[in-house]
Design a protein around this ligand. Structure first.
Ligand code: ADP
Ligand code: MG
Length: 357
C-alpha cells in the first residue's frame, strides 16, 4: 500500500546563495523516520552548508525545510528537535563523562538528580560502563569519546541527529571500527541519522540511502547497492574509486565503439536514446590472461605495472591503441604471466556500466 504520509524531513527546493555564488542549489529530498541517510560529495560541494540550514545555523535563500509537515525555516536552532555532532565532537576535555553528557540538560535548568538519571540511562544505552560517569573524558578512547558525544546529543531525545564528518580526522583503522559502531548505535537507538562525509566508501558501510552532491546539487539518491551498480553518470561511478572509463558512441542495439579506436564492445543495457557517453568497467570485474579467453569483450595489450593493494593486486595494462587499463585480482590469486609481457584482458557485457554523461 502506498504511504501517503509525508516523510519525516522534507527538503523542498532548498537553495543557499552567498552573494552570486550558489552553494546549495534546488535540493529536493525526503528523509524517512529511523533512516540512516548520508550526503556524500567532494570538498566544497555544499554538504556543510546544507546541514547548517537543516539545524538552523544558516537561513535558506529559498525553498522549505519541513519536519513532520511543519515548516522549520524560521525556527531558531535551539528550538529545533534536532542535534548536531561535529567533527571534533566538541567535548569538554577537562570535564567528566557525566558532566559532558549532562551539559545541555544543565543549561536547560534540569535538576541534578534528573540529569544524573538521564546520563546513566544514556551510558547504558550506548554500552558504556555506568561507572564512567566520573571518569575524565581525556582518559577515554576515541571510540568511547564518540559514544559520549552521541550520548550528549541524545540527552534531549532529538528526532534527528546530524553528523558533519565526525570521523574525517581519525586514522584509517579507528575510522573503520567507528563506522561499524555508528551503524550499530543507529540501529540500537532507532533515531534518524543524517550524516555527511566526502568518502563514498564510508557512506556505503553505514547508510540506508545515500545522496551524492556535486556543485551544490544532488546528482543521485539511492541505496548503496543502487549507487554502486547503477551510477547515473561518470562522476558518481568515479567517486567510488579507480575505474576504467572509455569514451564511446553507440554502434548497434547492444554495442558501443570506443572513440579512439580501442575497439567495439558488447553491452547488456543501453540507456534510452544513447548516442555517446562513457563505458565504465570496474577493475575487479576485469579478467586477465587465460581467464579472459572466451570473454565477449577482449583487448590485447602489454602488462607494465603491478601494485599490491593489501587484499588485492592491481595490474596496469597498455593496449595496442595506447589506452591504459586497470585490472584487480585477489592477493592470493595473483596473475602468473610475465611483467612486460603480452596479455589479453576481457570482461562480460553485464559487468560494464554505460552512462550518457
Ligand atoms: P562542503 O562541506 O561540501 O565541503 P561547504 O558547504 O562548506 O562544502 O561549502 C560549499 C561552498 O560554499 C564552498 O565553495 C564554500 O567556499 C562556500 N561557502 C560556504 N560558506 C560560505 C560563506 N559563509 N560565505 C561564502 N561562501 C561560503
Ligand atoms: Mg564540510
Amino acid at each position: 500500500m502506498e504511504d501517503a504520509r509525508e516523510a519525516l524531513l522534507v527538503l523542498d527546493g532548498l537553495t543557499k546563495a552567498f552573494g552570486d555564488f550558489v552553494a546549495v542549489r534546488d535540493v529536493r529530498l525526503d528523509i524517512r523516520e529511523s533512516e540512516f541517510f548520508t550526503l556524500v560529495g567532494p570538498s566544497g560541494s555544499g554538504k556543510t552548508t546544507m546541514i547548517r540550514m537543516l539545524v538552523g545555523m544558516e537561513q535558506p535563500t529559498s525553498g522549505e525545510i519541513r519536519l513532520n509537515g511543519r515548516v522549520l525555516n524560521q525556527v531558531p536552532a535551539n528550538r529545533r528537535p534536532t542535534c548536531m555532532v561535529f567533527q571534533d565532537l566538541a567535548l569538554f576535555p577537562h570535564k567528566s563523562v557525566g558532566e559532558n553528557i549532562e551539559f545541555p540538560l544543565k543549561i536547560a535548568g534540569v535538576a541534578p538528580r534528573v540529569r544524573r538519571e538521564r546520563a546513566s540511562a544514556l551510558l547504558r544505552q550506548l554500552r558504556l560502563p555506568v561507572d564512567y560517569y566520573d571518569k575524565g573524558v581525556n582518559q577515554c578512547s576515541g571510540g568511547e569519546r564518540q559514544r559520549i558525544a552521541l550520548a550528549r546529543a541524545l540527552a534531549f531525545d532529538p528526532q534527528i541527529l546530524f553528523f558533519d564528518e565526525p570521523l574525517a580526522a581519525l586514522d584509517f583503522r579507528l575510522r573503520k571500527t567507528l563506522e561499524k559502531e555508528l551503524k550499530d548505535i543507529h540501529r540500537e537507538t532507532g533515531k534518524t541519522f543524517v550524516y555527511i562525509t566526502h568518502s563514498l566508501e564510508e557512506a556505503m558501510v553505514m547508510s540506508d540511502r545515500i545522496g551524492i552532491m556535486k556543485n551544490g546539487g544532488l546528482v543521485q539518491i539511492g541505496t548503496p547497492h543502487e549507487i554502486y551498480n547503477r551510477p547515473v553518470n561518470k562522476f558518481v561511478a568515479q567517486f567510488m574509486g579507480e575505474v576504467n572509463t572509455l569514451e564511446v558512441e553507440a554502434a548497434g542495439a547492444h554495442a558501443v565503439r570506443e572513440v579512439q579506436g580501442e575497439g567495439t564492445f558488447e553491452v547488456r543495457d543501453m540507456p534510452e536514446h544513447f548516442t555517446r557517453g562513457f563505458l565504465i568497467i570496474r577493475p575487479e570485474v576485469m579478467k586477465l590472461g587465460p581467464a579472459a579467453a572466451g570473454a565477449a569483450n577482449t583487448v590485447s595489450g602489454r602488462l607494465f605495472n603491478d601494485y599490491a593493494l593489501g587484499s588485492r593486486v592491481q595490474y596496469q595494462v597498455r593496449s595496442a591503441g595506447g589506452a591504459q587499463w586497470l585490472v584487480e585480482r585477489l592477493q592470493d590469486d595473483p596473475f602468473e604471466g610475465a611483467s612486460d609481457g603480452e596479455v589479453t584482458l576481457g570482461w562480460r557485457p553485464e559487468d560494464s556500466i554505460l552512462v550518457s554523461e
